[in-house]
Ligand binder design. Structure first.
Ligand SMILES: [Ca+2]
Ligand SMILES: [Ca+2]
Length: 284
């Protein structure tokens, strides 16, 4: 009987000592925990928290509405394999949990997108995240980004819709709240600067803020002639260059800039408070 009591006491002791330690480990990444649950080798089509499975396919990439610039031409057919795309832009909280500090201008907003990150900074975040998680997160390619933005390659002018007058329902852009001269005075999206992610209607794949809020770095080197010679299957951009590509427009830009086919090119070490990114990874 004495022995049995001691054993029970020992079990209680172990539980009392170990439980707080175990729960500390579980909370290590806080809200980034959803990232740890994403398996790059997850069977195709399986739902993963925080990510959308994008079934691959072929689409017309570029200026399909005829109102873009030369760098969006020619419209050309592109095919992408299955992949996963994050539902949201990387937030300030997710950034801080991995990097230990927050570079953003518009702070005190955990769920706002991280900004003031260069392409190089985004790579550093991804490398650290992959070291911590043992996964293979990456930036989407430019072709994957546009395919996902157009709700799986549909002929949509913006991510999930085509009518410019609906922008305020889907996107944070330079609307009537915006302080710049080029603001769109007859639309009110509710935010002067960045907004928390997921505040607006998602596109047809359930991806949020892919139009507007912050520009999103993609993996590709920029080359304004690339569309003329792009391979059809899984194009990955120019093999070298001086600029990286950003997509989708931001809180301080015009409707014309927010179009799904619009391309923006910036040196990889440059940051501003309208540049952010979202994660992707390959489906096997
Ligand atoms: Ca706005
Ligand atoms: Ca965006």
């Amino acid at each position: 009987m004495v022995k049995r009591l001691s054993f029970i006491n020992l079990v209680f002791f172990i539980l009392i000592i170990l439980l707080p330690v175990l729960s500390m480990g579980e909370g290590e990444f806080g809200d980034t925990k959803w990232l740890l649950n994403m398996e790059p080798d997850t069977p195709k089509g399986k739902a993963i928290e925080g990510m959308v499975f994008v079934k691959g396919g072929c689409y017309q990439m570029g200026d399909t509405f005829g109102d873009g610039s030369d760098m969006e031409k020619p419209v050309h057919e592109v095919c992408v394999d299955d992949f996963y795309m994050a539902k949201y832009e990387v937030t300030q909280k997710q950034w801080t949990e991995v990097m230990g500090s927050n570079p953003s201008s518009f702070k005190d907003c955990d769920n706002c997108p991280v900004e003031k990150v260069s392409w190089n900074d985004a790579q550093e975040y991804i490398n650290k995240l992959n070291q911590k998680t043992g996964k293979n997160y990456r930036l989407p390619t430019e072709a994957e980004w546009e395919y996902a933005a157009r709700s799986g390659g549909k002929n949509e002018k913006y991510a999930g819709f085509s009518n410019e007058s609906e922008l305020y329902l889907y996107a944070n852009f330079c609307d009537s709240n915006c302080e710049y001269d080029w603001k769109t005075k007859n639309q009110d999206d509710g935010y002067k600067n960045t907004s928390p992610v997921g505040k607006y209607k998602p596109n047809g794949l359930g991806i949020y803020d892919i139009t507007g809020n912050v520009w999103e770095w993609v993996n590709d080197w920029y080359d304004d002639r690339y569309y003329k010679s792009s391979p059809k299957n899984n194009p990955g951009g120019a093999s070298s260059g001086e600029y990286r590509v950003l997509r989708g427009g931001s809180w301080d830009f015009t409707p014309q800039t927010l179009r799904a086919s619009n391309r923006y090119w910036i040196k990889p070490a440059i940051w501003t408070n309208s540049y952010g990114f979202r994660l992707a990874f390959s489906a096997h």
